[in-house]
Ligand binder design. Structure first.
Ligand code: PLP
Length: 414
């Protein structure tokens, strides 16, 4: 496709990249699990990876390949693979690329379920070091000769810590460690992950990419920035002629085909429709978040406001250098302890009391008692999560309506 600006490309991607049948502007949903071949030799050839095609829809189908083409184009990668959820993408990457005896370095500011997943790797003989990824020195110090992979997020939820991505990218490149970045919080419209030398990008499609709280999905994209020949865990049968595809071939066989968390074809359609408005939604949600954070930090009843766009945020300058004039749409706050935060949240009329993020609607959640409940008080303290910390996923409503809602909720509780 001609190099239009991202906003334009996302709107026309399905039509221009996948060229749906009979002039359709959407790829049609493919319902077939099986695929028939006139000649058995052609079937054998697809099975052996000699020609492109589909044999069974757990491994691939036209709908999913269409979405993968769009997502790969968005990241300027070499290959993308979709999964049923973001967690399925994360677990598939880890289980297909690592083995017993390996060591990984992982951010300790992580999405709660990812943290829980990483905590179980010890049961499989894979050791994990958790480090503060806002400090590249801690990353470097944790690396051993067994370290195969580094995993972090761009902006953490709910604390909004920003990983030192440039420095981490250089360390990983120098030490030949695979840099896996969960980029769910800062999609490609606001952050160029190639510029920091990331290697594999994982994104929950459930969040900003689809954007409307009506579909689950995940994707991993190989940016083509890693030399797979230096990675000792690629099995001989996946060492295909194009060395840039070694990692993705193994992820597709071991992570998708064998584990089997395949994205549903109908979901691919919902996700590709969401992509059409991604730039617009991300820009609007980030602008709203900036205004909401500014309002909260000017009101003494909010004793803490975490948002990378605020000049007092510890990684504000880093965020400014990494992201394209947007700071994302997640913020978190604490109310003065004299205010009962549950009563405050119950007083919100417009803002939803709900888990999930990246939606068009603004959502509020107390995190210690919900998504980080399982972690216990000590782990929460290490992760910088206060008992009364509230996460807000800012949507694209009119921002004055949002601010009014956060003001009126103080009535009758002080
Ligand atoms: C939601 C989320 C995930 C998991 O995605 P699902 O699609 O819900 O499985 C992973 N990482 C981050 C940063 C997330 O916010």
């Amino acid at each position: 496709m001609k190099k239009y600006s991202p906003q334009t490309r996302h709107i026309h991607a399905d039509r221009l990249i996948n060229k749906p049948e009979q002039g359709g502007v959407h790829q049609s949903t493919s319902n077939s699990v099986l695929f028939d071949f006139d000649q058995v030799e052609a079937l054998e050839s697809v099975f052996q990876g000699k020609t492109a095609g589909h044999v069974y829809s757990r491994s691939s189908s036209p709908s999913i390949v269409g979405l993968q083409n769009i997502l790969c184009d968005m990241e300027s990668g070499v290959a993308s693979t979709c999964f049923a959820t973001g967690m399925a993408a994360i677990s598939a990457v880890i289980f297909s690329l690592l083995k017993q005896g390996d060591h990984v370095v992982v951010s300790h500011f992580l999405f709660g379920n990812t943290r829980s997943f990483m905590d179980s790797l010890a049961d499989f003989g894979i050791t994990v070091s958790y480090v503060d990824t806002t400090d590249a020195k801690q990353v470097e110090a944790a690396i051993t000769d067994k370290t195969r992979l580094l995993f972090c997020e761009s902006v953490a939820n709910p604390g909004t810590q920003v990983s030192d991505l440039n420095a981490i990218g250089s360390i990983c490149a120098k030490q030949r460690i695979l840099f896996v970045l969960d980029n769910t919080m800062t999609p490609c419209v606001m952050f160029d992950s190639k510029a920091v030398n990331a290697n594999l990008i994982i994104t929950s499609l459930t969040k900003y990419i689809s954007g409307h709280g009506n579909v689950l999905g995940g994707v991993v994209t190989d940016l083509g920035t890693f030399d797979w020949q230096s990675f000792p865990n690629i099995k001989p049968q996946y060492q295909v002629p194009d060395t840039s595809l070694w990692g993705m071939t193994q992820i597709r066989k071991k992570g998708l085909r064998d584990i089997g968390a395949t994205l549903a074809p109908a979901s691919a359609h919902s996700i590709s429709v969401g992509i059409e408005t991604l730039s617009m939604r991300m820009k609007m949600a980030s602008e709203n978040a900036m205004k909401l954070a500014a309002f909260m930090s000017s009101d003494k009843r909010f004793t803490l406001v975490n948002y990378p766009g605020l000049p007092l945020h510890p990684q504000h300058d880093l965020a400014t250098s990494l992201f394209a004039n947007q700071y994302g749409a997640i913020l978190s706050f604490c109310l003065d302890e004299s205010i009962d935060f549950r009563r405050y949240l119950n007083n919100l009329h417009l803002v939803l009391r709900a888990t999930h993020l990246g939606d068009t609607r603004t959502l509020a959640l107390p995190v210690a008692s919900t998504i980080f409940h399982e972690n216990g008080p000590q782990r929460r303290a290490e992760m910088g999560i206060q008992d009364n910390l509230i996460r807000i996923s800012v949507g694209i409503e009119n921002v004055e309506d949002l601010i009014d809602d956060f003001i009126q909720a103080f009535e009758n509780i002080e």
